[in-house]
Design a protein around this ligand. Sequence first.
Ligand code: PMP
Length: 412
Amino acid sequence: MTHTEVDSAARRRLAAMLENLSPLPPDPILGTTVACRNDPNPSKVDLGVGVYKDASGNTPVFEAVAEAERRVLADQTTKVYVSPPGDERFIGGITRHLFGADHQVVTDGRVGAVQAPGGSGALRVGAGLLLRAQAHTELWVSTPTWGNHVPLLGAAGLDMQHYPYYDKGAHEIQFDEMVQTLKERGPGDVVLLHGCCHNPCGADLTHEQWDVVGDLADERGFTPYVDLAYHGLGEGMDADAYGVRMLADRLPEMLVSYSASKNFGLYRERTGLAFTVNATAEGAKTDTSQMANIARELYSMPPAHGASIVGEILADEELTTLWQDEVATMRERINGLRALLSDELREATQTTEFDYIAGERGMFSFLGLSPEQVTQLQAEHSVYPIPSSRINIAGVTEENVDYVARSIAAVV
Ligand code: PMP
């Protein structure tokens, strides 16, 4: 053994820290996509992955985004950091579209905001703010909820708790049970609500149910934290913001995390926003400075590109209209496919069992299948929901809907 070999062998023994780690199994959602990709059946259908797809199965760049991106690149003179709170045109534009330019909290300057790397980054920054305000904070999330809420927000240090939300067998919101749990919450508790297009169940609160939640937050004093990752993909830009606007009207404080991944198609550009509504304008400034400081600790500065594109779109009337039309096209396609799939399932199963799909919103619904039925659907029909039987409606097309419905009917 040479001198160097002895040295490096000794060093390896000393620094064997990473050896303590074991490899992790693949993420179940990504695992479904890989299994589908490797399936040679030409009729295969990927209903797993959580991105929008058009009728050709593509996730295209929005026209408004492509045009804004051209302008951004043509005007760009530097790549220096953006400031910790982020791009002002982006923040101002999303603030107006989310709350409404005339909303009292906007005109009063009671909104705190920082740009963040996607909705995920925004959730994490919001979690940091809650923990700075109160070292031990319970965050109540719906059962079920987006698969990354608990890992992401739990790892941030929040004490994760669960309220009943959706009955997978009956395909109904368990509103009475939800209310019962929220009635037992109080000041210092935080309740995470899906702003629209609930992921993974597709069942959204009605406006009346939102009002009840608003009344409860008001009476009991808990803080709502709204996760809005599909703004415009449910019923429309204004209707989908109902919950946020109503809570902001009624309550002194709340948090919102906003993702531009789906409604601008900017997934990989990591474009999101962490908002607070504060009782005072001064408080909102404090929130912004605290969130910018949390971001500084986590990743220093936000990524610029996606936010500059959104800022460009929202500063231009024509591009804004084009973007809104493109969001409307997505929304109408998803809602049209919901109606189509539930009709086809009615015919294929000769039951009304799947009628609920037409009334749910956003990209996701549960089929309510057992893990064995999902395995059978994948193995025998090459139709790929994720193991929980959650499907992405946007994976269905007018061409494959009949095949998907007959395949599901064959396993139920
Ligand atoms: N919240 C929910 C409910 C989501 O579904 C997602 C994305 N799947 C996010 C947050 C995170 O979005 P982003 O990709 O912008 O981080």
